[in-house]
Design a binder for this molecule. Structure first.
Ligand SMILES: Nc1ncnc2c1ncn2[C@@H]1O[C@H](COP(=O)(O)OP(=O)(O)OP(=O)(O)O)[C@@H](O)[C@H]1O
Ligand SMILES: [Mg+2]
Length: 444
C-alpha cells in the first residue's frame, strides 16, 4: 500500500515568533519519490518529523490520503523512518534487528520469512547472523534500511540516511535506494542537503530556504528554470556563475548588460525575454551563467547568439575527465547569503499587529514572510552592519572545458557566452529572464 501526503500551509514554531517551517504547501502523490533539499537548519528534518508524527504541526493541515492527520500518533500513520544516525540494537543480530518491529507489531507471527525476503532484496543474507559491532558502516545502514522495509510501511521517510558514509558507498547505496523504492512503489520523502543526491534520486525536488519553500519540480525543471538566485546557486556543480550587472537599453542602440569592465551584448533581434528586460534599464541585476553556457574559442568562431568576453586565467582545476578554469573578467561576483545555513528571522509579530491591523499591513507581513527575506540584497540597507568579507575565490567566472586545452595562469582567453543560457535575476534575486511565466509548461 502506498499513500498520498499533503501539507496545506503547514508551519512549525518552537520559539515564539520564529517559524522554522513557514506555511509550507506540498502535495506528494502515492508512490512518488520527493526530495526535500536545503542547507543546514532550513527545516527539512522538522518537516519530516511532522509527517511522521514525532513533532506537532503548529499551524496548517497535514493530510494522509486526503484525511486530516494532524492528531494521529506515529503508529497510526504507518510510516517508517530511516535516520542519519540510525541505531541498531547492539545485542541483537541483523536478523533480530530487522525482525524486531515485526515482532512488536504482531507478537504471534514468525518474522522469519519477511526478514529473509528483505535481506534478499538488500543483498545482506550473509550478514543476518552478525551483530552490529561486526558490520561496516554501510552494512549497518543496509540493516537499518531493512528494518524499515520489512514492515511494508505505506510511507518511507528518510533523513539523510547516507551522509555518514564515504562517497563511494554513498553512490552505491543511493542507486540501491532508488531501485528499492521503485520496486516497492512506496511514497518516499527523502531529506538531504546534497544537491547531487537530490537530483539523482527525486521524481521531484522541493527546495527549502529558511523554512520557506522556494520551488518544487522535477530535477530537470529546477535546474533549467530556477525560480530565484538561491535555487540557481544551490543546484548544480560547479556552482552557477553569478555576476553583478547593469542593464543598458538605449533607444537607439544595442541592448547590453554591463559587467563592470566588460559587457554582454544581447543578440538581435531581441528575444521576447530580452525585450522584457528593457524595463530594467539602468537597474542592477544579477547575471547567472552556468559553466556549460560558456566556451573557450576564438572570437571568429562565435555563432549567432553568442556574446564575447575576455577572461584572464587565474586558476586551473584539473578533474580528470574535465577541467574547471577560473577566469577573472573584471566583474563583481554577486554574493548569495544563506546558501550554507539560512536562519529564519524572528518577526516581531505582536508589535506589528498592534501598530497596524489594516489589510495593507497584513498583506505586507505576508509578502515578507513568504520569502523569508529577499534571496539576495544588492543594495545593503543603510542600517545594516557591513558583512564580513567573503573568502575570495580565484576569479569570477568558472568555465568547464576538456582536459586537452592547455591553459596557464595569466593567459588572456576569449570566452563565448551562449546567451540562450543566460539567466537574469532582479535585485531581490527573483528570476526575470527567462520570464517567470515560462515555469509551468516545462514539465508538460
Ligand atoms: N526542538 C527544537 N527546539 C527549538 N528549535 C529547534 C528544535 N528543533 C529544531 N530547531 C530549529 O529549527 C530549525 C530547523 O531545524 P531542522 O532540524 O529541521 O533543520 P534541517 O534542515 O534538518 O538541518 P540539518 O541539515 O542541519 O539537519 C533550526 O534552526 C533548528 O535550530
Ligand atoms: Mg536535519
Amino acid at each position: 500500500m502506498t499513500r498520498a501526503i499533503s501539507l496545506h500551509d503547514v508551519s512549525k514554531t518552537y520559539t515564539r515568533g520564529v517559524r522554522v517551517v513557514d506555511r509550507l504547501s506540498l502535495d506528494i502523490a502515492p508512490g512518488e519519490f520527493l526530495v526535500l533539499l536545503g542547507p543546514s537548519g532550513c527545516g527539512k528534518s522538522t518537516v519530516l518529523r511532522m509527517i511522521a508524527g514525532l513533532e506537532e504541526v503548529t499551524e496548517g493541515q497535514l493530510l494522509l490520503d486526503g484525511e486530516y492527520a494532524n492528531h494521529l500518533i506515529p503508529a497510526e500513520r504507518d510510516v517508517a523512518m530511516v535516520f542519519q544516525n540510525f541505531a541498531l540494537y547492539p545485542n541483537m543480530t541483523s536478523r533480530g534487528n530487522i525482525g524486531f518491529p515485526l515482532r512488536v507489531e504482531n507478537p504471534g507471527a514468525d518474522p522469519g520469512p519477511r526478514v529473509d525476503a528483505t535481506a534478499r532484496m538488500l543483498g545482506i543474507e550473509d550478514l543476518l547472523d552478525r551483530y552490529p559491532g561486526q558490520l561496516s558502516g554501510g552494512e549497518r545502514q543496509r540493516v537499518a534500511m531493512g528494518r524499515a522495509i520489512a514492515r511494508h510501511p505505506s510511507v518511507f521517510l528518510m533523513d539523510e540516511p547516507l551522509s555518514n558514509l564515504d562517497a563511494k558507498l554513498r553512490n552505491h547505496l543511493r542507486a540501491e535506494i532508488a531501485r528499492l523504492t521503485r520496486e516497492l512503489g512506496v511514497t518516499t520523502v527523502y531529506v538531504t542537503h546534497d544537491q547531487a543526491e537530490a537530483m539523482s534520486l527525486g521524481d521531484r525536488v522541493a527546495v527549502l530556504r529558511g523554512g520557506v519553500l522556494q520551488q518544487v519540480g522535477s530535477p530537470r525543471s529546477v535546474y533549467a528554470l530556477p525560480r530565484n538566485v538561491f535555487v540557481a546557486a544551490f543546484i548544480g556543480t560547479p556552482r552557477i556563475n553569478l555576476l553583478r550587472g547593469l542593464v543598458r537599453a538605449p533607444l537607439d542602440g544595442a541592448m547590453t548588460i554591463s559587467l563592470g569592465k566588460q559587457f554582454l551584448r544581447l543578440p538581435e533581434p531581441l528575444s521576447l525575454d530580452h525585450q522584457l528586460l528593457r524595463v530594467q534599464q539602468g537597474r542592477e541585476v544579477i547575471v547567472g551563467l552556468r559553466s556549460e553556457a560558456i566556451r573557450i574559442a576564438k572570437r571568429a568562431d562565435a555563432r549567432p547568439g553568442e556574446a564575447v568576453l575576455t577572461g584572464l586565467v587565474e586558476h586551473v582545476e584539473f578533474q580528470g575527465h574535465e577541467v574547471l578554469v577560473h577566469f577573472n573578467t573584471g566583474s563583481q561576483a554577486a554574493v548569495v547569503p544563506d546558501l550554507e545555513a539560512p536562519r529564519p528571522v524572528a518577526r516581531p509579530s505582536r508589535r506589528r499587529r498592534r501598530e497596524g491591523s489594516g489589510v495593507l499591513d497584513r498583506l505586507r507581513e505576508r509578502a515578507g514572510s513568504l520569502r523569508a527575506g529577499p534571496v539576495v540584497a544588492l543594495d545593503d540597507p543603510p542600517d545594516t552592519a557591513p558583512r564580513p568579507a567573503e573568502p575570495r575565490l580565484p576569479g569570477d567566472l568558472v568555465v568547464r572545458t576538456t582536459p586537452d586545452i592547455d591553459l596557464r595562469h595569466g593567459m588572456q582567453v576569449p570566452l563565448l557566452v551562449d546567451i540562450a543560457h543566460l539567466f537574469v535575476f532582479d535585485q531581490h534575486g527573483e528570476r526575470i529572464s527567462p520570464a517567470p511565466a515560462r515555469l509551468p509548461d516545462l514539465d508538460e
